[in-house]
Write a protein that binds this ligand. Structure first.
Ligand code: NAD
Ligand code: DAU
Length: 375
């Protein structure tokens, strides 16, 4: 089994949780975090484990195949968990080229490096690519307003377990991406599977729903809104706020990655989801209620900050993952109910205002530029 594991994008939101889990849980593994430290990468996310003897950091662009090869050689890498990517849909609409470069060409360069370094000796090797449910496109919202639940119910133990339609994304759902972000992720998924089918590279792909939790860059809905409520700033709701997302606590995603990395079948695909669908506007009201309560505002005070704005171009209406296969085959399911997860998340951002201030001021980017100047 792989023990010298390269985790790409480990300074980002999900990657930092995966690095922390692996470093703490597997002291006999070498965990190498390869990250370019873009605006979304922040080593402060890993301050609690950076001194551990089994943790190593390499600042590197995944598109730089020569450096990636050097890192494979330096650590004798035998497993890859690939998370590095440009991840924000709104940015992809403004700048699709960067997404194609990092997500498609960067993935290709990692695949090529793994193929060359492992050179046909696939035993004990593993290339695990982390992807998104957005590659499947969008589902219908088939239940009109005003009809009381239960509609179709999902398997969540959470109180909020509405399914906003009869359809779900399954592992064999046809790819139908709509944004430059999801198109770039779909393309990278195809390259990963092609490297298995063509060269025999031992690959696994997973497609996960929306993550939430600590260390998420505050351009994404949940941390952005918590931060804006805290500062009394407008909450920009795209369109009518009716889009539906399936939310999973990030630590549960990291647990799923651990399970799949160790027990998943080569060449297989697993969907990972929270069985936890929310309309944006309902979720936003929960966030408002939670923040207001925790900072001592009168209940609902911050609802006045809700500001309906022009919809995101090509905005997917509903995502809903069916992760029954992962539960049945590998025994994984979400451990945290949403009510608990969102409370923990709001508390974390309120308790870590300095982290939020740093990443919004761009101070940390300047710091890393200086620290790694010339490398
Ligand atoms: P993020 O934007 O928080 O982090 C991305 C990380 O990748 C950052 O540390 C960044 O510095 C690094 N990176 C970017 N370009 C790089 C490059 N060229 N070379 C090396 N490193 C580079 O992203 P995230 O939300 O943590 O998502 C991680 C992965 O999980 C992505 O592949 C994303 O598509 C996927 N995913 C995310 C979600 C979600 O809800 N956030 C859900 C499903 C799948
Ligand atoms: O589904 C998985 C995907 O989830 C990941 O692959 C992406 O990397 C991740 O960013 C996320 O994509 P979304 O576009 O769903 O996440 P975001 O937080 O940007 O938006 C969530 C919903 O909230 C979406 O319907 C758009 C809406 N939204 C978002 C922002 C930032 C708003 O209404 N206002 C906002 O300001």
């Amino acid at each position: 089994m792989s023990k010298n594991i390269l985790i790409t994008g480990g300074a980002g939101f999900i990657g930092s949780h995966v690095v922390r889990l692996f470093v703490n849980k597997y002291p006999d593994y070498q965990i190498v975090n390869l990250d370019k430290l873009t605006y979304a990468g922040n080593l402060a996310n890993l301050a609690d484990i950076e001194e551990k003897p089994n943790y190593f950091f390499e600042r590197c662009d995944i598109c730089d195949i020569d450096r990636v090869m050097e890192i494979f050689r330096k650590y004798d890498i035998d497993g890859v968990i690939h998370l590095a990517a440009e991840s924000h849909v709104d940015r992809s609409i403004k700048d699709p080229f960067t997404f194609a470069k990092t997500n498609v060409l960067g993935t290709l360069s990692l695949l090529q490096a793994a193929k060359e370094y492992w050179n046909g000796e696939w035993e004990g090797k593993r290339f695990y690519h982390i992807s998104t449910d957005e590659v499947y496109g969008a589902l219908e919202l088939t239940h009109p307003e005003g009809i009381e639940p239960p509609f179709t119910t999902t398997a969540s133990s959470s109180e909020h377990h509405l399914a906003y339609g009869k359809e779900f994304f399954y592992e064999d759902t046809k790819y139908n991406p709509h944004s430059p972000y999801s198109a770039s992720k779909a393309s990278s998924d195809h390259f990963v599977r092609a490297f298995h089918d063509t060269y025999g590279l031992p690959t696994i792909v997973t497609n996960c729903s929306n993550n939430y939790g600590p260390y998420q860059f505050p351009e994404k809905l949940i941390p952005l809104f918590i931060n804006n409520i805290r500062h009394g700033k407008p909450l920009p709701v795209y369109g009518k706020g009716e889009n539906v997302r399936d939310w999973l606590y990030v630590v549960d995603h990291a647990r799923a990655i651990d399970t799949i990395f160790h027990k998943g079948k080569i060449a297989d695909t697993y969907n990972i989801g929270g069985f936890n669908e929310w309309k944006n506007i309902d979720l936003i009201k929960v966030i408002i209620k939670t923040v207001d309560r925790l900072i001592g505002n009168p209940e609902g005070e911050s609802e006045k900050l809700i500001t309906y704005v022009t919809d995101r171009a090509g905005h997917d209406l509903r995502y809903a993952i069916d992760s029954t296969k992962l539960k049945d085959e590998l025994g994984w399911e979400p451990s945290l109910q949403f009510e608990e997860g969102i409370e923990k998340t709001v508390r974390w951002y309120l308790d870590n205002q300095e982290w939020l201030d740093n990443v919004t001021s761009g101070e940390y980017e300047k710091y890393y530029e200086k620290m790694y100047a010339g490398r």
